[in-house]
Design a protein around this ligand. Sequence first.
Ligand code: ADP
Ligand code: MG
Length: 302
Amino acid sequence: MNESAILCRGLTKFYGRTRGIEALDLEVRRGEVFGYLGPNGAGKTTTIRLLLDLIRPTSGEASILGRDCRAESPGARQAVGYQPGEFNLYENLTGAQLMTYIASLRSDVDTATLRAYANRLGVILDRPIGTLSHGNKQKLALLQAFAPRPELLILDEPTNGLDPLVRQVFHEMVREVRDEGRTVFLSSHDLSEVEKTCDRIATVKDGRLVAIEDVAELRARSLRLVRLDCAHEPSAEPFAPLEGVDRIEIAGRSLHCRVRGPLGPVLNAAAPFEVIDVISRKPSLEEFFLSLYGREVADHVE
Ligand SMILES: Nc1ncnc2c1ncn2[C@@H]1O[C@H](COP(=O)(O)OP(=O)(O)O)[C@@H](O)[C@H]1O
Ligand SMILES: [Mg+2]
């Protein structure tokens, strides 16, 4: 049982002349939470649909839990909980009817588990699914994916449309799955979101894999844009020798810099100038991509 959770080799899908995803090589290990990060149109949904055999590849191959996604599709699907990005099925059923239906379809779903997830997510049970908001449909989509306790969860932008409290519940649910040694593959266009939940991240753009990163390593060398507002006009001298600090600029009583790694040494060096406020932000997804490509990230916190 030590085969990969997901394995893609040269996986390629073109829609006519439009590139969905091209030459994707990817391995997701069993037991990890793997983020598939990229802006809209990057090819995330295309990849996920290929894995679930909902669309057919132009070339290349993929397997789930050691089973070929095409040749052994039913067996592969059986072990997977899937949350589609757009949950447009069963529009006339209520949430409660959907739960009954799911329980009757799959012998591996018990009603108590369904109810527990429905409570935690705050699922609306008494109205037709077609009348629900995107966020409320999303909760049902998550419910039906998680409730069978599948070996592998494949989630397409799972936190889209969820309010912050439900996002927290979702993060807990993902952690529980990992604690049980099961695997989660989730797509997102939000870097800070995947950093919170994932062990590793693959970034994709324009149908191509850009990089695969370990989240712990990413954090250790993560770049921050920092602004210190001081009581006295700071000078650059104490900051220049600090490791991982560059782009130091003084503007009145504010000091701007870029910091790779921990902020502690910067704050210590700033003590003589009496720091009033610290503003620090991580690069946006777009800036993150630029840094992966080796280009510069914007210098300033506005
Ligand atoms: N059914 C389709 N027909 C034609 N082009 C498509 C279809 N689905 C996706 N695409 C195109 O494939 C590319 C990747 O889309 P998609 O996989 O949906 O990206 P993502 O999920 O990352 O936003 C986009 O350029 C998109 O317009
Ligand atoms: Mg998508």
